[in-house]
Design a protein. Structure first.
Length: 211
């Protein structure tokens, strides 16, 4: 499954790329219009749709998409509404586009929403043209190097991440602790085709960056 929100379109990759061919698409507010403009009809869409203008709103509301319309004054963002619905379907993996590069408050909230997915054992990744952001729970991960995103950074999304071990990277670590607010694991690089990340407790953001 994949969700598209209404962030800057200049940072959204080609949604028709082969890598996303099998996705079931979900629109979050203006992301619904972005999908339709790309030639993709989402299975459903969520939001107050207050970011749509004239013709954009007509395009969305006349598309025949299953729309779940909410008032602007609500307790969840349009993205969280879409995410909750997607998680209720029990997907193995969830991709999120269009949540970076705009308002920082929305961007930070989107990153924290990854916690909802990982707590339900759903692999969830925020993707734009410059970044892949994934949240890791305790375990060992073997990750294939991607030449389009050569730089690696790791940040704690819990008070402390314990037992971090990094192998196959330029700056390896062994059984280290990473408290929230630390820049210890910023800007690393893979030196093998497959690198390894492991942690014993906490939640660890893995960010793969293009520049």
């Amino acid at each position: 499954m994949a969700i598209v929100a209404g962030g800057p379109e200049t940072l959204i990759p080609n949604l028709n790329a082969h890598a996303y061919h099998d996705c079931s698409w979900i629109g979050a507010d203006r992301g619904t219009f972005i999908l339709l403009k790309t030639g993709i009809k989402p299975v459903c869409a969520f939001g107050d749709f207050d970011s749509l203008k004239g013709n954009e709103k007509s395009t969305v509301f006349e598309s025949g998409i299953r729309l779940q319309v909410f008032p602007p004054e609500k307790d969840k963002t349009d993205l969280e509404l879409a995410l909750d619905w997607a998680l209720s379907k029990g997907p193995e993996e969830l991709l999120i586009f269009g949540v970076t590069g705009g308002r920082l408050d929305h961007g930070l909230a989107a990153v924290q929403l990854l916690l909802k997915a990982v707590r339900k054992n759903v692999r969830c990744t925020i993707i734009d043209l410059k970044n892949w952001i994934t949240l890791l729970r305790p375990g060992t991960y073997h990750v294939k190097r991607d030449p389009d995103y050569p730089y690696l950074s790791f940040l704690a999304l819990s008070e402390k991440v314990r037992g971090i071990t990094l192998k196959g990277v330029k700056y390896p670590l062994s059984d280290a602790d990473l408290p929230i607010g630390s820049s210890l694991c910023i800007s690393n690089e893979a030196v093998r085709d497959v690198f390894t990340v492991s942690l014993s407790s906490g939640f660890l953001l893995m960010m793969r960056c293009s520049d």
